[in-house]
Ligand binder design. Structure first.
Ligand SMILES: NC(=O)c1ccc[n+]([C@@H]2O[C@H](COP(=O)([O-])OP(=O)(O)OC[C@H]3O[C@@H](n4cnc5c(N)ncnc54)[C@H](OP(=O)(O)O)[C@@H]3O)[C@@H](O)[C@H]2O)c1
Length: 295
């Protein structure tokens, strides 16, 4: 299959390209904002905010697009709503139009931040109610995909962690390792409950969706439910770092620009059933990343 991955410089995009190339079944194309090289894939540098997406889809004779590119920091979205809207809604809308025009299967990356975090243990059937602008922007995109009548799947994921030599943005695991290994304190919320996701697992789940041309909503995250603070402690332990440097605080005390859903844990039963999706447990996932970091 001829597949385009957007945002291929990010953690999810990078791991997905690796997974698709390794499976040997696909012709893989990848775009990013900054220049990059990914073994086995044809890479393009383009600003999706003004790229000719129709031309890209037509010229490459694409059969599937996985849209990972986004302004993915909730705080950046809260602070700069104009850029967030442009990137997370308008770009998605233009990609979706191109996919509609050329009959291309679109897989869109959405988030657990689409929920208000009151109930937790969210399935694909639960009502959404974002409390941040980042969540709102993803909701807008989800809604527009649903009304456009194109073959598409929406993947909601949660607290993705992983490692690559050239990451454009740190994640919870790399942040904990970075701070604690320099003997610096790091504040972690005890009341934010998540289902942390090993990036490689997410990539496998997305590949299954693409391969089987699945449509509709899929929660693709880890299967273990844990607070961000406890996840950080597991990382500290696994990396033999000083756990006491983790400052356990509440979300209120953290006081970040974007409101955070408290319990946005996802239930992955549908993905397990339909995609045979079986993520690793947290301890195993952290071990895998540690071996990649060679620490
Ligand atoms: N990471 C998580 O915990 C998490 C959780 C839930 C949902 N998600 C969603 O999953 C997707 C992937 O997340 P991620 O962690 O891989 O994000 P990421 O590391 O921030 O990567 C996003 C990518 O988007 C690209 N991008 C941004 N603006 C662009 C533009 N104008 N033109 C072209 N490319 C642009 C960036 O390219 P450059 O690197 O080249 O600048 C970056 O590589 C996102 O849609 C995110 O919202 C992530």
């Amino acid at each position: 299959m001829r597949i385009l991955v957007t945002g291929a410089n990010g953690l999810v995009g990078k791991k997905l390209v690796k997974q698709l190339v390794a499976s040997g079944k696909h012709e893989v194309y990848a775009t990013s904002l900054k220049k990059m090289q990914l073994d086995g894939a044809q890479t393009f540098t383009s600003n999706l905010q003004n790229a000719d997406i129709n031309n890209l889809v037509e010229q490459l004779k694409l059969e599937a697009v996985v849209h990972c590119a986004a302004l993915s920091s909730p705080d950046a979205c809260e602070v700069d709503r104009f850029v967030c809207k442009k990137m997370n809604i308008e770009v998605t809308s233009r990609i979706a139009s191109a996919c509609r025009d050329y009959g291309v299967h679109l897989v869109f990356l959405s988030t657990d931040f689409i929920f208000d975090g009151i109930k937790g243990n969210y399935t694909e059937d639960d009502a959404i109610n974002p409390i941040s602008y980042y969540g709102e922007s993803k909701m807008e995109s989800e809604n527009l995909l649903k009304t456009m009548g194109i073959p598409h799947a929406i993947v909601r994921t949660s607290l993705v962690y992983g490692y690559d030599e050239k990451l454009s943005r740190p994640n919870i695991l790399t942040r904990v390792v970075q701070y604690l290994s320099k003997q610096q304190k790091y504040r972690v919320p005890t009341d934010q409950i998540r289902t942390p996701t090993l990036a490689e697992d997410l990539a496998k789940g997305i590949e299954a969706i693409v391969d089987n041309k699945k449509e509709g909503l899929y929660n693709i995250s880890g299967g273990d439910i844990i607070s961000v603070a406890d996840f950080a402690s597991e990382v500290a332990k696994a990396f033999n770092l000083d756990e006491s440097l983790l400052q356990r605080v509440t979300t209120k005390e953290l006081s970040e620009p974007a409101p955070r859903p408290l319990n946005s844990s996802l239930i992955i039963e549908k993905a397990s059933r339909e995609l045979n999706y079986t993520p690793v447990q947290i301890i195993e996932g952290i071990k895998i990343v540690k071996s990649q970091m060679n620490i």
